[in-house]
Design a protein around this ligand. Structure first.
Ligand code: GTP
Ligand code: MG
Length: 677
């Protein structure tokens, strides 16, 4: 194990501790000596601490004895009955049960895997928390809350079924959305009955986070040793498993685990008290620690969401099982999702859920946007249990107004919208994937097509208030989208005069308007229909709002593109950030480094208005430019290509492109030594 103390010595030796309050994520490197920097980067320090800007956090972290974490979480996901629980049983007890019952909720287990690090103590073990999810459709509603980042995923398939029947791509996309960069092992189970037959190469190309594809039989034990080995290997390479954490953090963790057994939930204040009692007193450490514990599955705490954060700190199994008991209730299903207090008292009449705590579970479900009040504290509606069929008597004459197309559409998007807009529901016009809403003088029909991965909005009623009704719905949907990383649906506008044409991309219409194009044409069957760009856009968003958005300017260095933001406020997309860091840690002249940094920020801002494909290209161009510029002898041929690429992309967007052009030219002149063109 690496001794963390040299880091402290280095920081003290260089008199750096006193600088620390000023250090922020972009300035940390130039301020520290090369040596200290390397130590910081290599020292298994949690990223939150590395990027912390408070002296207390850094001091308290560096001045304490530390131990590696040696704990991780693995999540078993996949369709129902594929054998997730049977695999867990094989791995933990080496047993098999032909009559394994379906998992209602999450079952949590633990195993130990060996620590494979060569430098560290080979005897030590890594504790692995296993979360085995019930695969039934109804459980999908809560994925967003329980699929964590920094974890290992095991996607279990039934080898007797096809790739489509196993919904492999659906699961891989869901894991990408909620699990971030977490690695995935695909396991084809039940090979005693049929070999696994899926497109391995295609999947691995498309989803680079697949780290292995294995075949097992939980029934015969075939492939289990290989699976164990693969899990051990992956757990050993999880980025956080060796993070060094201060002794005091472990004390808090242990106490929290003990508390969780007795009380199932504690308030956030109680947690802070516990931290203070055990000398974890600065805010960064408190936040980092609870974030770790959440991702490890030790507790549930949703600190990125203020509403959920107010729930405090929860015992995961208690919460999930309570929620799933309700979601899986047959009576509730028969009652079309309408939950009464009497029903709740029957469903949760089990150990651990005394009368006084039952409404807490419902409150939590409200915060998870899984249900809403029909009558406060008495009757609730759980949209996930609404009937699937659209009401036959539904009469709606509105016109299509807006559409979202998703890479993957979790069913929770539409049910959460229903919960959020429940005050506007038109009587009984609500079903599992759609709803009719009354907003002012307008009626709106919002429908999700889960298979086609689309949500459509149609509006009826007074013409001049249609836009407001649409914008109220779009606002809620955008908020929901924002809470699911990487979802980024494409926005599309149906053209009323061209009912048979494909809806037009919203971003494209905005670009046409910015470029001064008044019309465009779309193919509607055999006809060409001319679209008035401004008119179509104005039905969605007021012209002045569009203009304001287009002109949101941001200051970068001395170049003005904005009002409020300043450098450092800007959060860079991770790939650009990576390149910026590379530039910062290189030996290039300060002016070039500074210009590259500013250029990175400018590209990041520009990317927000570029179509996805182009944004990807500019990110690559910037990356290649940094790669070349930081070489001992940069090759003009290569960096010129990247600079040209950036300038070309920037020329297509108005104001936000200007800094990219100017800064790219400056970088070019710094590299070539020629004057700026
Ligand atoms: N033949 C055979 N049967 C298996 C195998 N693994 C599991 N089964 C059987 O398949 C059924 C479902 O297994 P489970 O382990 O409960 O599946 P699950 O994925 O946990 O299901 P849910 O909890 O509903 O999501 C049980 O009857 C198991 O005995 C296997 O490798 N071969
Ligand atoms: Mg199961």
């Amino acid at each position: 194990m690496k001794d963390p103390r040299p880091v402290v010595r280095t920081l003290v030796e260089y008199g750096l501790l006193e600088y620390i309050p000023e250090i922020d994520r972009y300035q940390i490197h130039p301020l520290l000596s090369k040596a200290a920097q390397t130590l910081l980067e290599d020292s298994q320090t949690p990223t939150e601490i590395q990027y912390s800007d408070t002296e207390a956090a850094i001091k308290s972290y560096f001045l304490q004895e530390k131990h590696p974490l040696y704990e991780a979480k693995i999540l078993f996901v996949g369709q129902g009955s594929v054998g997730k629980t049977s695999l867990v049983r094989r791995l933990t007890l080496n047993e098999f049960d032909l009559n394994e019952t379906k998992t209602e909720g999450i079952s949590i287990d633990h195993i130990q895997v060996s620590n494979q690090s060569e430098i560290e103590n080979q005897q030590s073990k890594i504790r692995l928390n296993i979360w085995d999810f019930g695969g039934q459709e109804i459980m999908h509603a809560t994925h967003q809350f329980f699929l964590t980042k920094r974890s290992l995923y095991l996607l279990v398939l039934d080898s007797r079924l096809t790739q489509e029947e196993n919904r492999v791509e659906y699961w891989l996309k869901i894991i990408q959305s909620f699990g971030g960069e977490s690695p995935v092992l695909i396991v084809g189970n039940k090979i005693d009955q049929h070999p696994l037959d899926i497109d391995r190469t295609g999947l691995q190309k498309k989803y680079p986070n697949i780290v292995g594809i294995l075949e097992t039989s939980a029934a015969t034990g075939a492939g289990i040793e290989e699976l164990k080995a693969a899990i051990t290997e992956q757990v050993n390479s999880l980025p956080h498993v060796r993070d060094l954490l201060p002794e005091t953090w472990f004390t808090v963790k242990t106490k929290l685990e003990e508390l969780g057994k007795q009380s199932n939930f504690i308030t956030h204040d109680k947690y802070l008290e516990l931290c203070a009692e055990n000398e974890v007193s600065d805010e960064t450490s408190q936040r980092t620690l609870i974030g770790f514990l959440h991702d490890l599955g030790v507790v549930l705490h949703f600190q990125d969401d203020p509403r959920l954060e107010a729930l405090g700190i929860l015992n995961p199994q208690w919460v999930t099982n309570g929620v799933y008991k309700i979601l899986n209730s047959h009576t509730l299903f028969q009652n079309k999702g309408v939950l009464t207090l009497a029903m709740l008292n029957t469903i949760l009449n089990i150990d651990g859920y005394p009368r006084g705590k039952r409404l807490f579970i419902v409150d939590m479900m409200k915060k998870f946007e899984l249900c809403y009040d029909i009558e406060p504290d008495k009757t609730f509606l759980v949209p996930d249990l609404l009937p699937k069929e659209e009401p036959t008597e539904l009469k709606f004459n509105g016109i299509p107004a807006f559409e979202y197309a998703y890479p993957v559409l979790p069913s929770s998007v539409i049910t959460r919208l229903i919960v959020r807009m429940n005050q506007h529901i038109d009587g009984d016009c609500v079903w599992r994937t759609g709803v009719v809403l009354i907003i002012g003088d307008n009626t709106a029909l919002v429908k999700a097509d889960i298979e086609d991965r689309k949500i459509t909005i149609a509006i009826d009623g007074l013409e001049h208030t249609r836009r407001d009704a649409l914008s109220a719905i779009r606002y809620q949907l955008d908020e929901i989208h924002g809470s699911i990383k990487g979802l980024n649906p494409e926005k599309r506008v149906p053209i009323p005069e061209a009912p048979n044409a494909e809806p037009v991309e919203y971003e494209y219409l905005l670009m046409l308007e910015r470029a001064g194009d008044e019309t465009c044409r779309v193919k509607d069957g055999n006809r060409l229909v001319t679209v008035n760009v401004r008119q179509v856009l104005s039905a969605i968003e007021h012209e002045t709002e569009r203009k304001e958005r287009g002109m949101t300017n941001i200051h970068i260095g001395n170049i003005t593109i904005g009002e409020n933001a300043k450098v450092g406020d800007i959060i860079l997309a991770s790939e650009i950030q990576e390149s910026v860091r590379k530039a910062e840690s290189s030996n290039i002249p300060p002016e070039l480094m500074e210009t590259l940094k500013l250029l990175g920020e400018a590209v990041d801002i520009m990317n927000k208005v570029l179509p996805k494909e182009q944004a990807k290209e500019t990110t690559e161009d910037f990356g290649k430019l940094v790669d070349e510029a930081t070489k001992p002898t940069p090759n003009r041929k290569w960096y010129s290509v990247s600079v040209e690429g950036l300038i070309k992309a920037a020329e297509n967007v108005e104001k936000v492109g200007v800094p990219v052009i100017n800064l790219s030219r400056k970088v070019l002149s710094l590299l070539t030594g020629d004057a700026i063109k």
